[in-house]
Write a protein that binds this ligand. Structure first.
Ligand SMILES: Cc1cc2nc3c(=O)[nH]c(=O)nc-3n(C[C@H](O)[C@H](O)[C@H](O)COP(=O)(O)OP(=O)(O)OC[C@H]3O[C@@H](n4cnc5c(N)ncnc54)[C@H](O)[C@@H]3O)c2cc1C
Length: 416
């Protein structure tokens, strides 16, 4: 049997491993960490076809510059002399155009719908119970500006065939009977679902082991062994793993390995934070995005609520910043004025790095210079949502099949 080495044990790596194994490959997943934490664990768990607007979109630059002046704001770039970051910033600005927005909506919708269908199939796998729920998503707004944006977004969603409608504050309050809301209304996306990311990750790891996939922890891949147009093995510390296929799914750390494989990916880590607490502090029925505050909340069953947000472009080893966590808490308190939202201790704050490409679109595809290397990364704010679909696409590529969605928008060489 041919051996596939998947580098990276986030949702993209694990789902790639799953679909490769399903199609007959011998699969090894190598991770530099211990598989117990990465960006795919503490996220908000939205499976969201509604998120068809890429991070690089018109308006974000002006808004981002305003936010930069506030230490508790949802967006922050730690200024530093890093050519990769400067180049990413320039390409991001160049990508944030109305044309890019228009061209990205269908590709993002399609991969999200594929992924949603696959997560639904996962709910039937043995040992899987990850609080998957198709209740939809509420995007609350407090200001007339965001209300107007919500109407516009609902129309765009309707053009894409996605269920979306603007609701009054009273209608939303009736949907959330356990907490008083301070909102003007909300945009409701009936097309969305959510899941408990920690659970799906843990359950997929167990399932992969049951299927005979080898998970190798503490194995940081630093280089490849190459022969002509093939990568024949990967070096992970003292270990050398022979490979017939290599999948680079290393999230925010993907730049150096991609370069080693001949692909130049403009990619940075966008750190976000989350806190998970007992729902007696704040009990929700539906996941919610706080539009002005840029905060995400998710109920996991009846007992837990997760609160997360911020986008902090910083070094991948920078210490966490509590002022950004306070920004999330204060934003949430403004929407739920009577809820008892606790300030967590630093030890209870989770953080992870979203792999953010310069145009907000994932990189999914084969590299030009080698016949047996696939890259799958750069999913930014929607990696959980697109994770299962990305894994399926990786296995279709590996097996030379026609892919479930058109992969041209995700070309790994689109920046040269
Ligand atoms: C606060 C927050 C909320 C979010 N909410 C949502 C949401 O609701 N819905 C959604 O769709 N997305 C959400 N996201 C984004 C989502 O979490 C990410 O896009 C996704 O987890 C990225 O998955 P990944 O597999 O690409 O990377 P990761 O999960 O980061 O996995 C990459 C793995 O590669 C390993 N690795 C790196 N380099 C090497 C190497 N050289 N050798 C071996 N291993 C290596 C790392 O150790 C890591 O385990 C959120 C993110 C944050 C921070």
């Amino acid at each position: 049997m041919a051996t596939a080495i998947v580098i990276g044990g986030g949702i993209v790596g694990l789902s790639s491993a799953y679909y490769l194994r399903q199609s007959g490959w011998d699969v090894i997943v190598a991770d530099k960490s211990d598989f117990n934490d990465n960006c795919s664990y503490g996220n908000a768990g939205y499976v969201c076809p509604s998120h068809f607007v890429p991070l690089a979109s018109p308006g974000i630059i002006k808004q981002g510059l305003r936010w930069m002046l506030n230490p508790e704001s949802p967006f922050y770039i730690k200024p530093r002399l890093d050519w990769g970051l400067i180049r990413w910033g320039l390409q991001f600005m160049r990508s944030a155009t109305p044309e890019h927005l228009a061209n990205s909506a269908v590709p993002l919708r399609d991969i999200a719908l594929l992924s949603k269908q696959l997560y639904e199939e996962w709910t039937d796998l043995p040992g899987f119970d990850f609080s998957y729920d198709r209740k939809g998503l509420l995007e609350y707004f407090q200001t007339p500006e965001k209300e107007a944006a919500a109407h516009h977004h609902a129309e765009e969603a309707a053009h894409l065939g996605l269920e979306a409608r603007v609701l009054s504050a009273e209608e939303v309050q009736a949907m959330e009977p356990h907490v008083r809301l301070n909102i003007r209304g909300a945009l409701y996306f009936g097309c969305d679902a959510h899941l408990h990311p920690n659970r799906v990750m843990q359950q997929m790891r167990q399932h992969l082991q049951h299927l005979g996939v080898q998970l190798v922890p503490h194995a940081e891949v630093t280089s490849f062994e190459k022969q002509g147009r093939r990568i024949t093995g990967v070096k992970a510390g003292a270990q050398k793993l022979g490979a017939d296929l290599v999948v680079i799914a290393t999230g925010s750390w993907s730049r150096s390995l991609a370069k080693e494989a001949g692909a130049d990916l403009p990619l940075v880590g966008g750190r976000g934070y989350s806190m998970t607490f007992d729902s007696r502090h704040l009990k929700l029925v539906h996941p919610a995005v706080l539009m002005e505050g840029r905060v995400a909340l998710t109920p996991f069953g009846d007992s837990l609520t997760r609160l997360g947000g911020t986008m902090e472009i910083t070094n991948l080893d920078a210490p966490p910043r509590m002022n950004r966590v306070m920004g999330i808490i204060k934003a949430a308190r403004a929407y739920y004025p009577e809820a008892d939202i606790p300030v967590p201790e630093l030890k209870d704050v989770w953080y992870g790095y979203r792999p953010c490409s310069a145009d907000g679109m994932p990189f999914i595809g084969r590299v030009r210079g080698f016949d047996n290397c696939i890259i799958a990364t750069g999913h930014a704010m929607v990696g959980m949502s697109l994770g299962a679909g990305t894994g399926k696409l990786v296995s279709e590529l590996a097996n030379g099949e026609s892919t479930s969605v058109d992969l041209r928008p995700y070309d790994v060489h689109r920046f040269g």
